[in-house]
Design a protein around this ligand. Structure first.
Ligand code: CMP
Length: 138
């Protein structure tokens, strides 16, 4: 069990003005922010980040969307971080997300679902390394 996960606040939630609300939910639920960045990625960078989904039918839409506007990327720390964070964000499809989860509150569709959360310790490390150097972690 690792104590770190990786998240992005996606372009839909940034555009809707929910950066502050989502970071507040994250810290209220016991996650410590280890690294934080506000940036816009290119289509090529989104394709690299999501390359595990390259064969999926939604890959083109997903990478277009993720490069369509600024995002917030962060590394978070807490005991059981990956599983606890996935619980806090709720189901990928907001229609199936539980009450009180970030996606229930702020996501609008399976594609525009407000936040990303790593699905394993291994991917949390890979994804955090994609955005942050060791000098950017505190
Ligand atoms: P995320 O956790 O960022 O990881 C992969 C993303 O693909 C997922 O969130 C969804 O936002 C996105 N996606 C778009 N369409 C679909 C779909 N039909 N099924 C699953 N994920 C999808």
């Amino acid at each position: 069990m690792s104590n770190r996960t990786f998240t992005m606040i996606k372009p839909d939630a940034v555009k809707a003005g929910n950066i502050g609300n989502i970071l507040q939910m994250i810290t209220d639920n016991g996650f410590k922010i280890i690294a934080l960045k506000y940036l816009q990625i290119t289509k090529a960078q989104a394709e690299k980040f999501y390359e595990v989904h390259a064969e999926r039918p939604f890959y083109a839409d997903l990478t277009q969307f993720m490069s369509s506007g600024p995002i917030v990327a962060a590394i978070l720390e807490k005991d059981n971080a990956v599983a606890d964070f996935r619980k806090l964000i709720g189901a990928t499809n907001p229609a199936q997300a539980e009450e009180g989860t970030i996606r229930k509150k702020y996501a609008t569709s399976v594609g525009e679902n407000a936040v990303h959360g790593s699905d394993s310790d291994e991917n949390a490390a890979i994804e955090g390394n994609f955005y942050f150097s060791v000098l950017e972690r505190f």
